[in-house]
Design a protein around this ligand. Structure first.
Ligand SMILES: CC(C)(COP(=O)(O)OP(=O)(O)OC[C@H]1O[C@@H](n2cnc3c(N)ncnc32)[C@H](O)[C@@H]1OP(=O)(O)O)[C@@H](O)C(=O)NCCC(=O)NCCS
Length: 366
């Protein structure tokens, strides 16, 4: 109960004008805990919080909720929906925090309740997050609010005293529709002879890569993104240029010559996770067009990616494959990934829901 001379706590959606107060609260709470950003760490939007909040409100891609005491922001919860139609019903919480002096007054609980109301008004069927295995307070908070544990990501974060493992947790908001049946992809080796070259992707590859992506997404297995979600040519080129301009990313294409023109057959993408505590973990994505499967292209792309990761002294490689994609799971196992977490009903397709399996490989372990 608040004392008579302390202002009551209000929990509400952050408006653009709350931006500077939100940034101050995030920075203050980062200094008070080992479980969020490192002290002084900046987010992509730290310099433009009002613009970020305005964009979020306009796109409905997520929300920041804040707890205020008078003019001060004393707690916050950020959450973003998935970026594809199949994952739009997943609301992920990248961070939630309460000022140390205000803890154990039910503020985080009120933030989670308000987040759930926001989610239910938008057909979100799953709210999820990851939490440090040692963070007993946060794990108890989420358990109390109906979040179940879905597995452990080993050494997912670094801290001053060494590696920290993360527990994946989620709260499901609706009854399960039937799961999607597995879709087996064809893997019929070609009869013709081919010369395949592996080379880094350049900005000039945008048009060929776009053709590749549309073809990839139009044939089994179903991936999280659908063909009509591929960006139009100009935006595709701008996004590729931005990805290639960031040293945290590494893209390699497997190319073949078809009728004198170069065609993309497969793509490797490796990207360091954002954030000081997470950047030793590289997300790996490999896809090969159906008509070039069964030739060892995927395995070769993985070797190139793993060599790059070792050269950067990356500690961990991560990937994710949904449960109705047995060929993707078979490939991940073949190159040495082991399953860690099962994110229940993460993807929602017309054919039903599919769990997302998170897998990891430690390159130093060979
Ligand atoms: C985790 C955190 C957000 C909880 O905020 P809070 O406002 O103190 O939480 P609440 O008062 O709403 O607590 C709700 C429930 O959570 C659990 N809980 C919260 N703090 C706890 C603690 N220190 N020990 C055990 N359980 C705790 C309890 O079940 C509590 O219910 P109860 O008070 O009826 O027993 C806060 O401690 C914090 O900001 N920590 C640092 C940042 C952080 O760890 N964020 C989470 C990253 S995933």
């Amino acid at each position: 109960m608040a004392a008579a001379d302390t202002p009551a706590i209000e929990v509400r959606v952050a408006q653009p004008a709350d931006g500077p107060g939100l940034v101050r609260a995030i920075a203050a709470i980062d200094r008070e805990t080992d479980y969020l950003g490192t002290p002084g760490e900046r987010l992509a939007w730290t310099d433009r919080p009002a613009a970020m909040l305005a964009e979020l409100q306009q796109s409905d891609d997520g929300v920041y909720l804040i707890a205020t005491a008078g003019d001060d922001v004393v707690g916050y919860a950020g959450a973003l929906v998935g970026q594809y139609r199949s994952t739009r019903g997943v609301l992920s919480i990248p961070h939630i925090g309460v000022r140390a002096v205000q803890r154990r007054h039910g503020i985080a609980g009120r933030l989670l309740t308000a987040l759930e109301a926001w989610a239910r008004a938008r057909d979100v069927h799953r709210i999820d997050l990851t939490v440090d295995q040692d963070n007993a307070a946060a794990r108890a908070l989420y358990r109390k609010h109906g979040y179940g544990e879905e597995g452990c990501m080993r050494e997912a974060a670094s801290g001053p005293a060494g590696w920290h493992s993360y527990v994946a947790m989620a709260r499901l908001l609706d009854d399960a529709p039937p799961p999607m049946a597995p879709v087996h992809a064809t893997r019929r080796p070609r009869a013709d002879s081919l010369t395949i070259r592996f080379r880094p992707v350049a900005p000039g590859d945008a048009a060929a890569l776009r053709v590749w992506e549309v073809e990839l997404l139009s044939a089994p297995p179903r991936l999280l993104k659908l063909p009509d979600e591929v960006a139009p040519p100009e935006r595709f080129r701008d996004e590729l240029t931005a990805v290639l301009g960031n040293a945290a990313n590494f893209l390699v294409a497997a190319v073949v010559d078809v009728d004198g023109a170069e065609r993309v057959a497969g793509l490797l993408s490796v990207s360091a996770k954002p954030g000081v505590r997470l950047r030793h973990d590289l997300a790996v994505i490999i896809n090969v067009l159906a008509s070039y499967r069964g030739l060892g292209i995927g395995r070769r792309l993985f070797e190139i990616g793993e060599d790059w990761a070792r050269a950067r002294e990356a500690h961990r490689l991560s990937t994710a494959v949904h449960a109705a994609n047995p060929s993707g799971l078979g490939f991940a196992a073949a190159v040495g990934f082991a399953p860690e977490v099962v994110l229940r009903r993460y993807a929602r397709f017309a054919e039903g829901d599919a769990d997302l399996i998170g897998l990891a490989k430690f390159p130093s372990a060979g």
